[in-house]
Design a protein around this ligand. Sequence first.
Ligand SMILES: [Zn+2]
Length: 274
Amino acid sequence: MDVTEGEHGCRAVQAVPPLARPMGRPATRLLYLEDDHCYEADATAIAVEGNALACDRTPFYAGGGGQPPDTGRVALRGGPLLQVESVYADDDEVIWHVSAPPPPAGIAGQPVRLAIDAARREALARYHTALHVLNTIVLRDYGGWITGVEIGTDYSRIDFRLEGLSAALAAEVAAKANAVLQEDHPVVAYFLAEAEFCRRGDLLRTLTVQPPVHAGRVRVVEIQGFDAQACGGTHVRRTGEVGRLTIYRIENKGRINKRLYVRLEDAARCAPAP
Ligand SMILES: [Zn+2]
């Protein structure tokens, strides 16, 4: 399996035939792909390498496509509480939890309890869903394709290939996005067969990054009644949970590359002035 970083909340995992796969550890079961509100789980430790622990399953998002990895904790039976500071996926799709203190050697086979920082994940999910609403409006109404994304807990930024962007246009985009958010659409995730996905050009929001393909399937995040797009990231359950967004700064990043800084209402106090 080959893992590449998408530019939009979407970890691109390109499938290779099983026989071509190198002999490695089995891929970690990614619980957030089954339920992106799974914040805690029991698991079995599989391996320790340095300050990183791998388990058979995990609720931790390993990062990618502009959404940073989760942080959180690992509880060991009779051992120290490990603070998970970062998470990454290796080439075999094994998820490694980098912790302090480091995981004790020799815990493979033992039960562990994994818990992500739920408040941080929820903030990232709110921003991620907000950016889906924005990117759909910008493509649908202004023809802007995504060229980059950075999702944060206090603010986020998103880049579009867009000829012109004035403060008035940014305000117009924000007003349209807020109208959609207030309509409180349900947000759901599901998988499509890759062949079907390839017939659905409407699911793409970027021309520069491969869509996330996992074992011949593509994950789609749908804001029901508004939008569906390829995405491997985590989201809120309904758009009403996002609140109101503000586009508080716009920048030219090259002739037709435009950057929008976005913050959500209750995060305004924390948003830095870039
Ligand atoms: Zn996404």
